[in-house]
Design a protein around this ligand. Structure first.
Ligand code: HEM
Length: 442
């Protein structure tokens, strides 16, 4: 059985183009090879088939027996650990998802609003006036703090300080395309892993996490706490068992890695888009002043459409899949090309225009908007991410007069596995209002 046509370069060249100029590479492939094509990456034994037809994507994501292609493990396993929900498969994976979904349920988000308001408010107060700074780093500071306080439940104090510093270092050092290329190359040629270099730092982070877990276990008010670690600690598998300390550590690292950079990057892209489009920006400001949320939600959806943070969320086929007149055999690695799906002219007229209005009303057809993947592996933190983005955008846009330092669109670069704004989205704040007074209930 044949695979769709393959890019005509060596695996080394394909890997370089994929790593260094991913969007241009995908666009070239679409133009030269059609909607479905195959890529060969250095370090992988078989090609990855990329698809962008929502019907095929739906078939791929709704087949529960499909597994994971090996890509996730290469970079992530040494840091996330063997029990990470992001890496487990089959029944083991589903058991973790069942336990981890309730704290991330949409309705729970309201209880995190106060902490998020506080984190965002403090960050805005720290911004310089009339001096350029990269808003991406600022968004990273917010999303790291949100995970440490809401997910890990770490209280203010020396451990929070140390975790903030250590995690910042590990996340930055593993972020560059260079680190990833070395990771792929060493796996192929020496069987080693780039993360070996960070073992010392990871051990230190683990010590801090295990100390936090032990402290949580001893808390008399564990059952009343609403940080996510407390909830995971109390949650029971079907056989009545609970997560061990080692597993809790793996899930914390997973939530950190899956939720920190992704949300910060999505926010940076949203600012890049909004600050270059005065009409949607004004409409958003007006709607926020009027206390409405629909346009805010639509803006976030449109930003995640045009600038999806992750390019791929693939599966290894458990059985055949029909794509573009071909039948892909079981065992093939297949991924939606998320950006190519989101920029199909038949799904989104004028696909490269930033138009939040598209998402007012009915929204796109199913599996045409997939920034969070789909099926039984769909992003666990999607509601959390969108809620956090709404709070950040609302606070920043109602409190600050904000401008892009450079009017040109940001180029796409890479950090970890994300597609991120290469220049960090430099902005200038020309005016800042004080935080809203909290409501006093009488
Ligand atoms: C805008 C921000 C985010 C984006 C774009 C994003 C995107 C994704 C994508 C594409 C996947 C793979 C889905 C698939 O294979 O079908 C994923 C998985 C996951 N995400 Fe997110 N994510 C974001 C934020 C978060 C946050 C805030 C958290 C948690 C704090 C989180 C936790 C996870 C977890 C645990 C998984 C693995 C799910 C599984 O394998 O069952 N993500 N995310």
């Amino acid at each position: 059985m044949a695979l769709p046509p393959e890019a005509r370069q060596s695996p080394l060249m394909q890997t370089l183009r994929w790593t260094l100029r991913p969007l241009a590479f995908m666009q070239d492939c679409r133009e030269q090879l059609g909607d479905s094509f195959s890529l060969s990456f250095l370090g992988f034994e078989r090609p990855m088939v990329l698809i962008s037809d929502p019907v095929a994507i739906k078939a791929l994501y709704t087949e529960r027996a499909n597994g994971l292609p090996p890509g996730r493990n290469i970079i992530l396993e040494p840091i996330l650990g063997s029990q990470s929900v992001l890496l487990l498969e089959g029944a083991e994976h589903l058991a973790r998802r069942k336990l981890m979904l309730p704290p991330f349920h949409g309705e729970r988000m309201r209880s995190y609003e106060g902490v998020l308001d506080e984190i965002v408010g403090a960050e805005i107060d720290s911004w310089p006036l009339r001096r350029e700074f990269p808003i991406h780093s600022s968004m990273q500071a917010i999303t790291l703090e949100a995970i440490l306080r809401i997910v890990f439940g770490v209280a203010d104090g020396p451990r929070l300080e140390r975790l903030r510093g250590m995690l910042g270092t590990v996340l930055t050092e593993t972020a560059s395309p260079r680190a990833q290329l070395i990771g792929l190359a060493t796996r192929r040629f020496r069987g080693g892993n780039v993360l070996a270099r960070f073992e010392g730092q990871l051990r230190e982070v683990d010590e801090l996490l295990f100390a936090e877990i032990a402290e949580h276990r001893a808390k008399p008010d564990l059952e009343r706490r609403d940080d996510i670690l407390s909830m995971l600690m109390l949650a029971q598998f079907e056989d009545g068992g609970r997560m061990s300390d080692k597993e809790l550590r793996d899930q914390l690292m997973t939530l950190l890695l899956a939720g920190h950079e992704t949300t910060a990057t999505a926010l940076a892209w949203t600012f890049d888009l909004l600050l270059r489009h005065p009409e949607p920006l004004q409409r958003l400001r007006d709607s926020l002043e009027a206390g409405e949320e629909d346009y805010l939600r639509a803006t976030i959806s449109e930003s995640l459409r045009l600038r999806p943070v992750l390019p791929l969320a693939g599966r290894r086929l458990a059985k055949e899949l029909a794509v573009d007149g071909l039948t892909l055999p079981a065992g093939t690695d297949v991924s939606p090309a998320i950006w190519l799906t989101h920029t199909r002219a038949d799904l989104y007229p004028e696909p490269f225009a930033f138009r939040p209005e598209r998402f007012l009303g009915d929204g796109p057809e199913s599996y045409a908007w997939i920034p969070f993947g789909g099926g039984v592996r769909r992003c666990l933190g999607a509601s959390f991410a969108e809620f956090e983005m709404r709070i950040v955008l609302r606070e920043v846009l109602t409190r600050c007069d904000l401008h892009k330092a450079d009017p040109a669109p940001e180029k796409t670069g890479r950090r970890n596995i994300t597609l991120s704004p290469k220049g960090g989205t430099p902005v200038v704040v020309t005016g800042r209002r004080p935080a809203r007074e909290p409501l006093v209930t009488v």
